[in-house]
Ligand binder design. Structure first.
Ligand SMILES: *Cc1c(COP(=O)(O)O)cnc(C)c1O
Length: 357
């Protein structure tokens, strides 16, 4: 039996995708080889690589002048690559602090250049992202960095700030809804939340930005290298890209990102309604900033939270424990998480409250 897996990442993948990967695992399209065993420059893998890029461009309506890259080192390496490539010696980079992931990005950028924290609500509880009217950006800044969805606290930007070079860590909400890519200079996301398996990081960037890179940056850490080589400068993690390819096909078959947005809002809306209706459960994020991907809440005591998590697990509702740094409950309901699983969780919550409330 498949679990209702609420893990924040690596996270649930669509069952159809896993089944297709299983069916093709030993013999990819009559070649007698697994896609994992083939050259990253051969015809079979090349077709997968190019289709994945094309599907992402189509799903997000990415305008001309942007590249789609598959990099390694996780979103965490982007925390460093961005200032290495884009932050000039005499410049300042603006960052917003909205919590755990944003502060890691800030910490890394400070190792490499001058940073201005344009708004700081990183330690506030209940948790939120900055309001547009509180941003204090620097004239002439290299860029403004935001974290579109704080995976740990469950706070999400709903409207993005306007900026000449807006950069977003979208690790936990990329492809969850339509996006105007032209608003951004660069978007990045570790694959293991809402895209595919761990091992690749998706970067979508305006090509012209790659020209800013100083000559001293090592080859593998230059965006320009990967733009020029179509992410094939070295051996790309072929299997994660293949799974991502299947995920993008699955998204297209479900009505693209507008279709996903409707499904995601319905799933999250039901769960927040259940939290708000109870009085026993308390949402962690400020209402206007509530994430559609990572829903976080508390129970009246840590003892009850531990009991809730243990009993839920027995009912096939798995990995609901909040991040170790903050505790509480976290239900990550990414694209691949089925609506029936949300219904099952809500039934369990009502029943648990009736027994313990
Ligand atoms: C998980 C996560 C990261 C870190 O990703 P890695 O691929 O493990 O480096 C960064 N930012 C956000 C928002 C995340 O959710």
């Amino acid at each position: 039996m498949r679990a209702y897996n609420f893990s924040a990442g690596p996270a649930i993948l669509p069952e159809e995708v896993l089944k297709q990967a299983q069916a093709e695992l030993l013999d990819y399209q009559g070649t007698g080889m697994s896609i994992m065993e083939m050259s990253h420059r051969g015809k079979e893998y090349s077709a997968v690589h190019d289709e994945t890029i094309a599907n992402i461009k189509e799903l997000l309506s990415i305008p001309e002048g942007y590249s789609v890259l598959f990099l390694t080192g996780g979103a965490s390496t982007q925390f460093a690559m961005i200032p290495m490539n884009l932050l000039g010696k005499e410049q300042v980079a603006d960052y917003t602090n909205s919590g755990a992931w944003a502060s890691k990005a800030i910490k890394e950028a400070k190792l490499l250049g001058k940073v201005n924290v344009a708004a700081d609500c990183g330690k506030e509880i209940p948790t939120r992202v900055p309001r547009l009217d509180e941003l204090k950006t620097t004239p002439g800044a290299a860029y403004l960095h935001i974290t579109s969805n704080e995976t740990i606290s469950g706070a999400q930007w709903k409207v993005f700030p306007e900026n000449d070079c807006l950069i977003a860590d979208m690790s936990s909400d990329i492809l969850s809804k339509p996006l105007d890519v032209s608003q951004f200079g660069l978007i990045y996301a570790g694959a293991q939340k809402n895209l595919g398996p761990a091992g690749i990081t998706l970067v979508i960037m305006k090509d012209e930005l790659a020209e800013r890179c100083p000559e001293t940056v090592p080859t593998m850490l230059r965006y320009k290298t990967h733009i020029e080589e179509n992410s094939l400068y070295n051996t790309v993690p072929t299997f994660p890209v293949y799974i991502l390819c299947l995920v993008t096909r699955w998204l297209k078959a479900r009505g693209g990102l507008a279709g996903m947005q409707a499904i995601n809002e319905a799933k999250a809306g039901k769960l927040y309604d259940a939290i708000d209706a109870s009085g026993f459960y308390k949402g962690t994020a400020v209402r206007e900033c509530r994430s559609d991907m990572n829903i976080t809440w508390r129970l009246p005591s840590e003892e009850l939270e531990a009991k809730f998590i243990a009993e839920a697990s027995k009912q096939n509702l798995k990995t609901l424990k909040g991040h170790r740094s903050v505790g509480g409950i976290r239900a990550s309901i990414y694209n691949a998480f089925p609506a029936e699983g949300v219904d099952a969780l809500i039934s369990f919550m009502k029943e648990f409250e009736a027994r313990n409330g």
